[in-house]
Each structure stands twice: as C-alpha cells, then as structure tokens.
Write a protein of this length. Structure first.
Lengths: 228, 228
C-alpha cells in the first residue's frame, strides 16, 4: 500500500509522512471544497484554485468553456494539490517547530466529461457542496450546460502527506522549560447568512450542512514527523 | 491601482473581482500560514504547499538545502498561490451558486536570502506564527542555520481575486421560493493541546494567539461577482 505509483509521486523529504492509501486520499479530497491546479502555458507556470469534487476514483472540476486553464488541461499533464492545515506545532527549539496538515497531490491528464455524463457530474458537485439542495433550486437549462465544461482526472497517480500529533524535539532539548504542544486550526461552518432579499426560513438541508461537518478517519492522524 | 503589472497577472474570467491593491495583497498574505508553489522540473509541473510569511514587499519561504523545490526555484519563474475560502454561496438557480474567497497569485523568481539576513528572516517567520515565542525557545544553532535555505520573492507582480457578499441570481430567478444566502467557512483557532510530556501552564503568548485571530480589512469584502 505504501509504494509510489510513479517517479513523480515519490516523496523524498519527510518520506515517513507519505501515504498511497486510497482511503486516505479519498478522505482528503472529500474534505475539500477547492483544489489548486498547477499547469503551464506560454506565459509560464500557474497555480489556480478551483472548486473540486470526487466520484469514485476521479476528481472533477468545472468551468466556462472559454477558460484558459481548462483548455490547457486537455493538452498537458498537471498537478492537483489539496491542503488542509490542521495546526501549528510548537516545539522547545525553534527549528523543531512544524505544522500539522493533510495534503494530497494528484498527477495526470484531465479529460473532458461527455454531454451525457455532465449533468450527473454537476449534480454530484451540488451534493458535495450541500447535500439535499439540488432538487430545491432551478436546475441548469440547455444553454447553461452547453456553456460549461466538466473535466475529470484519475486519482491513480497520487500521493498523500500527513503530519499529526505533538512536537518531536531532540532529546537534548526536552529539558528546556518552554510550553510545547499543538495550536489547532479548524475550518468551521458558521451560521448561515440569508440573502437580504430572502425572507424564507433556513431550510433543513442548510441546517444539516451547519451541524454535519466533515469527519476524517483516525487512521490519517497516526503519522508523525517533522517538516523543518 | 487596478492595472495589471504584467500580462500574466491580467484576469480574464471574473475581471471585476480582480485587484492589484498592495494593501489587499498584504492582508491576504498575512492571513496565511501556507502558500502553494507551482513550478516545473524534468518530471512536469508541481504544486507544493509550504509555509510562508511576509516582510515588506517580499514573500518568504524556507526549507532544507537539499529541497528539490528550492533548488528549482532559483532557476525559473514560478507562481505562488494563497487561497482563503470564506463561504459557499447558495443561489436560487444551480448555475448561480459560487464561493466567497480571497486569493492571491504572485509571479516571479525567488532569490536566496543571504547568511546575514537569514536569522532575521526566520525570526520574522516565528513572529508570524506565534508572536512573542522566539525569545522563549532554544534558538537555532550554526549547524541548523547552515542546513536551511530561506528564499524570498517580490510581491510586485501579483494579482488578488476576491468574492464576497450574497448570491447574485438572474432577475428571472428571483421569484423562486428557495432559501438563498451564504454558508460561512472560517479558520478557527482551537484550544491549545499540550505535548503529553509538557506539564507547564499555557503561557501568555499562546493564550494571545488563541484570542487574537487575524483581522481582515472591510475593503476586501466589498466586491461581488459570480464564478460559475
């Protein structure tokens, strides 16, 4: 399970923190609303954030047909990165400070999702954002679907890197009388803010979104290491 | 103030959401602990998350001297991306759904920070993470500093993109009886978790970190637009 699927997914720095476990990869992707896509064009390399979601072993994105990025992504391999920052790790020595995080990098080539699968894919996207909402909104019309491109990339060539847990100071530093531990950072779902022009009560699917949060498997929290 | 400094920082999609205001750029960088760096090597393009901080008009990163990424970054231009996701924007029609966010993309070439400035730069890094901590930890020794590379990139060639506020449905969709509004997402600082081997009380600089949070100028929240 912990063998890199390719040369470019081999982790050299902090190798003990690397994982190729598909369940971990899926959990990291599912906990994300956005990814960042690194690609190149005539002007150089770019890293552009965009919304993402998963179905099976593919990660999906969407955009306008005219998007420069989407056009380039059919022509070349790219790298999709997702990062969740979970905390600052305060050690007894300056250089042992690090961060707790869950990250995934996916390499490969996006392909355009055909017309027949596009509507299901965008329904999956809505279900990822706010489960239960799709049936309550005005669905896309033919013109809107025609103007939109959906693309997917296989999750087969991917690597996760996770750091969790307390600091790991050198033995020589353990007697330093300085507080050490983790300062947690969490993405929290706040109280819904109604559109000023909306007087309807907050519906069940929105209340559910606030209360449900996203769980993350304990297995992802077992690794330890140091970044710096 | 709203003129792109270069061809590659011109925003084509959602141009009204673009800004070249240095104060906004500084605020977005200062609110971040990590950035993602897009660069290329013989294996293709990569997007790698790494810790960052700002001093003046430069963004700083650091790493091991042996880091593949740091070595490549002196040889080529790259793109540094920071993204803060602020909420999901629920509209009355499926295709008017979008997200609220603050993002920045910085283009250019990193340069290595010389030995004389390296120690101050890493002290700045600690002050960015947890103000007041530097004097309380075992500082770096000559060996640790010698093994670490600090790099900086000018913020001169950069573009910010911000979306905030309620959804913007088409006029024809305003009568649809579906709740519309924003589901806020916020990075929250949690209760410090002491190292199991640490029995010291939580010190003032850690308590201050929890309570201070990071402010963000109201000017960054004025823009509206639609992403999809």
């Amino acid at each position: 399970m912990n063998t890199a699927p390719s040369l470019r997914t081999q982790v050299k720095r902090g190798a003990p923190k690397a994982s190729y476990d598909p369940a971990l990869l899926h959990a990291i992707v599912d906990a994300a609303y956005i990814c960042q896509i690194a690609f190149a064009d005539a002007h150089g390399v770019h890293g552009i954030p965009t919304a993402c979601w998963r179905r099976g072993d593919d990660l999906y994105i969407h955009g306008s047909n005219g998007s420069r990025m989407l056009q380039r992504l059919t022509e070349q391999d790219c790298c999709v990165t997702i990062t969740h920052l979970d905390g600052l790790v305060l050690a007894r020595s300056a250089f042992s400070h690090t961060m707790n995080y869950r990250s995934a990098m996916v390499y490969g080539r996006f392909e355009v999702v055909g017309e027949s699968a596009k509507r299901q894919a965008l329904a999956d996207f809505m279900a990822h954002l706010v489960p239960g909402r799709q049936a309550l909104v005005r669905p896309g019309n033919d013109k809107e679907f025609a103007a939109t491109t959906v693309m997917r990339i296989s999750l087969a060539e991917a690597v996760c890197k996770v750091r969790s847990g307390p600091p790991t100071d050198d033995e020589d530093d353990m007697d330093i009388a300085t507080w050490a531990g983790v300062l947690p950072l969490t993405q929290v779902r706040g109280t819904p803010v109604p559109d000023p022009q909306c007087t309807l009560p907050v519906p069940g699917h929105v209340r559910d979104w606030v209360t449900s949060g996203r769980s993350f498997p304990a297995s992802a929290r077992r690794n330890r290491g140091r970044c710096r």
